[in-house]
Design a binder for this molecule. Structure first.
Ligand code: NAD
Length: 472
């Protein structure tokens, strides 16, 4: 049994002052794995003060020193990659293959940031001026539960590269992932206070971070609703904000797509991370003439997917994170049926043979129209909506007909057509004939999917501020 009751502040694991204790429930078995005590506002203030004390000296570190620190972080996370993977499987039911990838990627983030920093000009002459790219200051890194190590490490890597000390607050739904990751990061031996980590509720610990005048920047990943709250709270002290938010991504199948490769990728994009991915391609746009052929191919493909024990490397889908999310997804499935969509795969309830755990049947609806809730809302579960289109123009209109704009997928055998389509899609990233991201390129959303970009050079720059110095 886990008994997690410490925050990581000023280089030490210290007992939290908060008194709220929550249970950690394994979503696969519904068995209680332990408890976690949540940090309160006093804990957050202590963490901010530690980061603030460490900031001046850290801002003065040389590039080479920070590159060395990033190397230590990479090695520390890599050494704990198996434990990081297992904590994601146990805590939110992430399947083995994805959890394995995230744990490796979490270490790689630090190597990527080191490589970018190495080639980045922190000082440069512009006209008569010298422009210095300086750390923005103490940063709050706020993360959701659906990939704690990946989200925290990519933000932390950019912050460290830039010379910003941080207070990190992952979701209260992720005590186990947070504890395992913190122990790993501690092994890197960074100076005290450079990063501080605690677990607390959004409306308490999170809000304290969003309002506190000593926080210069917030890098947030989570829902659009929370992102708006954070931006509003932060504007009083003019915090810099990067917001990576909700998605409702479209996958567009062009009429020349190779269905044999495109259908598995489109389904994978919709159901990745058990459907709990911001970048999930949950609206599949299909040429009307190919609709029935595509539905048959999807039915055949989904029938091959194994739903069950997330520890098993052959499992495609594990459970949802908790009972509340299970019930929310069930409601959306009922709503799709009530609003007249055609159920072609799955449906309400648990998959047969699974009577415990928050498992949902992978579900596909056809004849979905743009007004239906399942076409508009991020469901955050394995529910795919197929929408038929009559022309490329119509496909673009449907794809862009959402308040979100995180990612889009295009499947086509024509390079020119796919790129022409990509150029007209309102999305931060467009993936053509692939589902895997490019981790050195900017990542983020347009419209209500966010503000700013993470990863790569742009990710580094989001923690830097330009100072112009001109002398006579
Ligand atoms: P959430 O918005 O409920 O919570 C995210 C984090 O914000 C948590 O740490 C939470 O404690 C904190 N929080 C909540 N209220 C707060 C407040 N008032 N002030 C400060 N912090 C607060 O999201 P979630 O349910 O944990 O995660 C799922 C959402 O995250 C989905 O909408 C998903 O699309 C989004 N997401 C986006 C990306 C991306 O890169 N765009 C990646 C992963 C998840």
């Amino acid at each position: 049994m886990w008994n997690i009751s410490e925050a990581y502040i000023d280089g030490n694991f210290v007992p939290v002052q908060g008194t709220e204790v929550i249970q950690i429930i394994n979503p696969t078995t519904e068995i209680v794995m332990g408890t976690a005590r949540l940090a309160n506002r006093d804990d957050v203030r202590a963490a901010i003060q530690a980061a603030r004390r460490a900031q001046p000296a850290f801002a003065r570190t040389r590039k080479a020193e920070r590159i060395e620190m990033l190397g230590h972080l990479q090695a520390a996370v890599l050494a704990s990659a198996d434990q990081i993977r297992d904590s994601a499987i146990e805590e939110y039911g992430g399947v083995f293959t994805r959890a394995q990838w995230i744990s490796q990627y979490s270490a790689q983030c630090f190597a990527n940031a080191a490589q970018i920093l190495e080639h980045y000009a922190l000082t440069r002459p512009i006209g008569a001026a010298t422009v210095r790219m300086e750390p923005v200051g103490v940063s709050a890194l706020i993360a959701p539960w659906n990939s704690v190590a990946g989200t925290v490490c990519s933000k932390l890597a950019s912050a460290i590269a830039a010379g910003c000390t941080c207070v990190i607050k992952p979701s209260e739904l992720s005590p186990l992932q947070t504890r395992v990751l913190t122990e790993a990061l501690h092994q890197a031996g960074l100076p005290d206070g450079v990063f501080n980590l605690l677990l607390g509720r959004g409306q308490d610990a999170g809000e304290e971070l969003s309002r506190h005048p000593d926080i210069a920047k917030i890098s947030f990943t989570g829902s659009t609703a929370t992102g708006k709250r954070i931006a509003r709270a932060g504007v009083e002290s003019m915090k810099r904000v990067s917001l990576a938010l909700t998605g409702k991504s479209a996958s567009i199948l062009l009429d020349d797509a190779d269905l044999a490769t495109a259908i598995p990728m489109a389904v994978n994009s919709a159901f990745m991370n058990n459907g709990q991915a911001c970048v999930a391609g949950t609206r599949l746009l299909v040429p009307r003439a190919l609709l029935e052929q595509v539905i048959s191919a999807i039915q055949a493909h989904v029938a091959t997917l194994r739903v069950g024990n997330p520890h098993d490397p052959d499992t495609s889908l594990g459970p949802l994170v908790n009972l509340a999310q299970y019930e929310r997804v069930q409601q959306y499935i009922h709503c799709g049926i009530e609003q007249g969509a055609r159920l072609v795969v799955g449906g309400p309830g648990r998959p047969s043979g699974l009577d415990r755990g928050y498992f949902v049947r992978p579900t596909v609806f056809a004849d979905v129209s743009a007004e239906m809730d399942i076409a508009r809302d991020e469901i955050f579960g394995p529910v795919l909506s197929i929408m038929a289109y009559d022309s490329d123009e119509h496909a673009i209109e449907l794809a862009n007909g959402t308040v979100y704009g995180l990612q889009a997928y295009v499947f086509s055998t024509s390079h020119e057509r796919a790129h022409a389509m990509a150029s007209r899609l309102e999305a931060g990233t467009v993936l053509i004939n692939r589902v895997a991201p490019e981790l050195l390129a900017p990542f983020g959303g347009v419209k209500q999917s966010g503000i700013g970009r993470e990863f790569g050079v742009v990710g580094l720059e989001s923690f830097l501020e330009a100072k112009t110095i001109v002398s006579a």
